[in-house]
Design a protein around this ligand. Structure first.
Ligand code: DC
Length: 238
């Protein structure tokens, strides 16, 4: 089967990473969680006091420090998921807090941060056989990806999912709090100047508000099978 690049974009907490992980496992592809990379840079900025209590970012010093920031992934033997590694330290747990969630949009809007992360993503995905999820994958990182998905879901469903995710990690927030934080992040992601979140023209919309994980996987596997069929048809015509 021909190896392809699968780009999954969409709003926060639409189930992108769950689907991306399931697809990567099923197809034996690599999975790159690009949001985790921006979260890792945000953690770095916090640890190095580049963000003050008013949530102002010292952009100048963060940009100057970018050459010393290395973000990679490592396979977690227990969960079989890839964990994010910041300068040699596994920070998978530290990047999933509400504090990082509410700061990450500001950090990810910085042009120089994006340039560095996008270059790393292109390098990691250059051999294809890869699933990436994020906000600008189909529009900017891999505009020639063979399959692009744009995921959407009802705000209530998304907030409930995120709330469950937080509570599974021992962090408890009201639904209203979670929903407010999600909407704030969406607004920041769609309105920023650098590669804002938008749907690629050739992306397939996947609304998973009422779809199980299995149904979503089945839907995408069918799209991939159709793609492979079309490319075989095209080859046989030449
Ligand atoms: O997918 P996530 O919630 O972990 O992403 C965290 C933030 O990073 C999100 O608010 C926007 C930003 N992001 C981005 O700007 N571009 C990407 N490709 C992925 C994430």
């Amino acid at each position: 089967m021909q190896k392809i690049t699968i780009a999954i974009d969409g709003y926060s907490s639409c189930g992108k990473s769950t689907l991306a992980r399931a697809l990567a496992q099923k197809l034996n592809y690599n999975y790159i969680d690009t949001g985790a990379m921006y979260r890792a840079v945000t953690l770095y900025a916090l640890q190095n006091n580049f963000i003050d209590s008013e949530e102002n970012i010292d952009k100048e010093n963060l940009i100057a420090a970018l050459s010393t920031i290395e973000v990679e992934f490592t396979l977690n033997e227990k969960t079989h998921h890839s964990d994010v590694v910041l300068n040699g330290i596994n920070v998978e747990r530290e990047i999933r807090t509400m504090q990082i969630s509410s700061l990450v949009s500001k950090v990810s809007a910085i042009k120089e941060v994006r340039e560095k992360m996008v270059a790393a993503q292109r390098q990691m995905g250059k051999k294809k056989a890869v699933v990436l999820d994020g906000r600008d994958i189909g529009t900017h990182v891999f505009p020639k990806a063979e399959l692009k998905l744009f995921m959407i879901a009802d705000p209530d469903v998304r907030a409930k999912r995120r709330q469950d995710e937080f509570s599974s990690k021992g962090q408890y927030f009201s639904l209203a709090e979670v929903e407010m934080s999600l909407l704030k992040r969406d607004m920041a992601d769609i309105s920023r100047e650098e590669s804002p979140l938008t749907q690629a023209e050739d992306a397939v919309i996947l609304d998973n508000s009422d779809l199980s994980r299995e149904e979503q996987l089945e839907f995408v596997l069918k799209l991939i099978a159709d793609l492979q069929f079309i490319s075989r048809e095209e080859q046989s015509q030449h």
